[in-house]
Ligand binder design. Structure first.
Ligand code: XUL
Length: 487
């Protein structure tokens, strides 16, 4: 038997999926909730504890060892929330900074402006690194740390991403960063896939020695450390480079050709798909990442995902079933009412302070509020992904909220294409397990994803033509409202 394990360290949980490659089936899945991030300054500063992630990984490795025959596991890889930075001493077991700024942190507007100025403007940064400078990206966060805590910065020997930090804890030595996750740092030249000397110079002094080496995502970076082998009676199994959750989700949803698109409705909502060439977003909202497939991926990220949906649902004491019922009770287009759902600072479009704008919702019923946020989220996903230049024939929907068919019906109606409900919520962990298999076997990608990532026919939602027409009009009004709110 050839088993492959994929871990995923997200904002809210640490999960694992173990696959049996021969039988093309998942043989074990598990998940542990994580403590909420530390939030300060009106949601602007958001940190989490790297030791909490490492402890959860250790617990989960123990559970895997207790539930499958460890001698059958051939390789392990992992996925992690992107952009977060972990500051270590000479060994990955020692930290020089107790907490890590994570992707929800938006406290580095000043550093973004400085980096963009030094590199010749936002478009120049996007052409070089795949994205203009974004507050959550690792480079601006490193610059802020260097300015605020110069001594701790000087004492830091290695700066990891969440992905490479957890890989380091598995092997017991500092791990490299894979090209895909490195694309979320504003530090790597997206075309050469090397650290950019200009971007490092614009970020902080002495950075080159602190950054891990870069490797293709399919690199076997070492074996499981002796400590874990003894503790859990596991063999010296291969560790494949960890990567970011979005690059892993792209594999886990089986997207291997340009033109395929997926939407992940998770803590953040994201829309992404493979790209052959690194076409950057002219409006500055999207990102081009190196993909774990070896080419590129386009992605746009929205911070007001599931936490914003919960902010609407929770005050009414509803379950998600009640939320669905509310969607079924209200008409597409919500009688023209609109909401800009910025419950927290937003990434796309950039909104620095929380501000929810409501139009025509003064005397709204709870059901109308529910419809307003879902329509807003789907319209903003659609409008802000046009830069990718991809006309999808269908969309794969994944992430926790993709379990809700009434939400996906709005997605089908707004995008005017079929939506396929993806059967697993753990597309990132599954993608990591598939990456472990691909790196270990050298098989081609279509062969690796076949069977694992095929959505069932019963999960298909077709657009309703009348609703499609309603949203064409509403989306124009939504974008006009967004433009005036931003102005
Ligand atoms: C991607 C991003 C988020 C995190 C969530 O750019 O910021 O999707 O990766 O885990």
């Amino acid at each position: 038997m050839s088993l492959y394990a994929g871990f995923d360290c997200s904002t809210q949980s640490l999960s694992v999926v173990v696959i049996d490659a021969g039988r093309r089936t998942v043989v074990y899945r598990d998940s542990l909730p994580l403590a909420e991030p530390f939030v300060a300054n009106d949601q602007v500063v958001v940190h989490a504890s790297p030791e909490m992630w490492a402890a959860a990984l250790e617990t989960m490795l123990g559970r895997v060892a207790a539930n499958v025959d460890g001698r059958d596991i051939r390789a392990i890889s992992g996925s992690a929330q992107q952009h977060g930075s972990v500051y270590c001493g000479p060994h990955p077991d020692t930290l020089t900074r107790e907490t890590s700024p994570i992707w929800m942190d938006s406290s580095t507007a000043r550093e973004c402006a400085e980096i963009e100025t030094a590199l010749g403007g936002a478009s120049a940064v996007a052409l070089l690194t795949g994205s203009r400078a974004f507050p959550r990206f690792t480079g601006p966060q490193i610059r802020k740390f260097w300015r605020d805590e110069p001594e701790m910065y000087a004492r830091t020997a290695r700066i990891h991403l969440v992905s490479s930090f957890l890989a380091s804890r598995l092997t017991g030595a500092h791990a490299p960063v894979d090209h895909a996750d490195a694309s979320g740092m504003n530090l790597m030249d997206i075309r050469t896939r090397e650290w950019s000397a200009a971007a490092m110079a614009a970020t902080a002094p002495g950075l080159r020695e602190k950054l891990p080496p870069l490797v293709p995502s399919s690199t076997v970076i070492g074996t499981l450390g002796a400590r874990w082998q003894e503790r859990f009676e596991l063999p010296p199994l291969r560790i494949v480079a960890w990567s970011g959750d979005n690059p892993c989700s792209m594999i886990g949803t089986g997207l291997v050709h340009e033109g395929q698109l997926a939407v992940s409705l998770g803590t953040s909502d994201t829309i992404f798909g493979p790209m052959r060439e690194p076409r950057v977003s002219s409006d500055g909202t999207g990102h081009v990442f190196a993909s774990a497939l070896g080419e590129y991926m386009g992605i746009t990220v929205f911070r007001n995902g599931s936490l914003a949906r919960e902010r609407v649902r929770d005050p009414f004491g509803w379950t998600w079933d009640d939320f669905s019922k509310a969607l079924r009770q209200t008409p597409a287009g919500n009688g023209g009412a609109l909401m800009l759902p910025w419950f927290e600072p937003e990434i796309t479009p950039p909104v620095r302070q929380p501000s929810v704008v409501r139009v025509g919702l003064d005397r709204a019923t709870p059901a109308q509020e529910a419809r307003a946020i879902i329509e807003a989220q789907m319209m903003t996903l659609s409008a802000h992904s046009a830069w990718m230049g991809v006309t999808p024939r269908a969309i794969l929907a994944t992430g926790g909220a993709a379990a809700n068919r009434d939400i996906l019906q709005v997605m089908a109606d707004v995008f005017a294409v079929d939506v396929h409900q993806f059967h697993t919520r753990e597309s990132a962990a599954l993608g990591a397990a598939l990456r472990a298999w691909q790196a270990d076997s050298g098989l081609d990608w279509p062969t690796v994803v076949r069977g694992f990532a095929t959505p069932p026919a019963s999960g298909r939602l077709r657009p309703i033509p009348e609703h499609v027409r309603t949203y064409q009009d509403l989306q124009r009004r939504y974008m006009a409202l967004e433009a005036s709110a931003l102005a």
